[in-house]
Write a protein that binds this ligand. Structure first.
Ligand code: IYR
Length: 219
């Protein structure tokens, strides 16, 4: 079945102006690690997840699910479980090359932001679907699809004025069982979401330039 495509129409000038404005807005996107205790409205976050839901996915299987966490008790437990994994990552089975690459980010096993961020979003994906306890169908490109949805989620949060910390726990297996996720779900990422703490500092980093990342074949 087909239906009419009702996309947003812009004239060329509007499109160019909008794209320039968006570049300026996205140039300011940064990962922050210290959140204000002032909590944004959960409505903004729910709408951002609603936007992520519109992401393209392999065979439109939409292999993602999201957990929105605001409970202090749940955040505290996630911090405890995460810090246990991170302690191992930083101290018990350190990969020297990896740790060296992280130095400029000043990260360590302490994950206070998991409690300080007013909201956490757990993002999960599944390679297959289960119906009545049995494997029912395959999801294609599940990781790529959830990656796109996560990008749209981060963009929507940023455009709504919220700041995000993309957290990839060193070992993620602890989260899905703690949140009682179905066994076919794998953790993709955790986002800390909120407003930045006053005068928050971020690492001085460079983004690659367009020349470095883009090759054009335009004529
Ligand atoms: N999960 C660890 C280590 C870490 C890994 C990457 I890749 C980063 O970009 C940052 C940190 C941690 O969160 O500390």
């Amino acid at each position: 079945m087909l239906e009419p495509y009702r996309n947003q129409k812009y004239d060329d000038k509007e499109a160019v102006n909008t794209s320039h404005d968006l570049v300026k807005i996205f140039e300011r996107r940064r990962t922050i690690r210290h959140f204000s205790s002032e909590a944004p409205s959960s409505e903004v976050i729910l709408n951002a997840i609603d936007i992520a839901r519109m992401a393209p996915s392999g065979a439109n299987r939409q292999p993602w699910s999201f957990c929105l966490i605001g409970s202090a008790e749940v955040k505290k437990e996630i911090r405890k479980l995460a810090e246990k994994e991170e302690y191992e990552f930083y101290h018990e089975r350190p990969n020297k090359e990896w740790l060296k690459s992280l130095e400029h980010l000043h990260t360590n096993e302490e994950k206070a932001f998991l409690e300080e961020a007013p909201f956490l979003i757990g993002i999960f994906y599944k390679h297959y679907n289960v119906v009545d306890g049995k494997k029912d169908s395959t999801n294609y490109y599940a990781k790529e699809s959830v990656g796109i949805a996560t990008g749209m989620l981060i963009s929507a949060l940023h455009l709504s004025g919220l700041s995000v910390l993309t957290y990839t726990p060193s070992k993620m297996q602890f989260l899905a069982p703690y949140l009682d996720r179905p066994s076919e779900e794998r953790t993709f990422m955790v986002l800390g979401v909120g407003l930045p703490k006053d005068n928050v500092l971020v690492p001085k980093i460079e983004k690659k330039t367009m020349d470095q990342i883009l090759t054009t074949y335009l004529s």
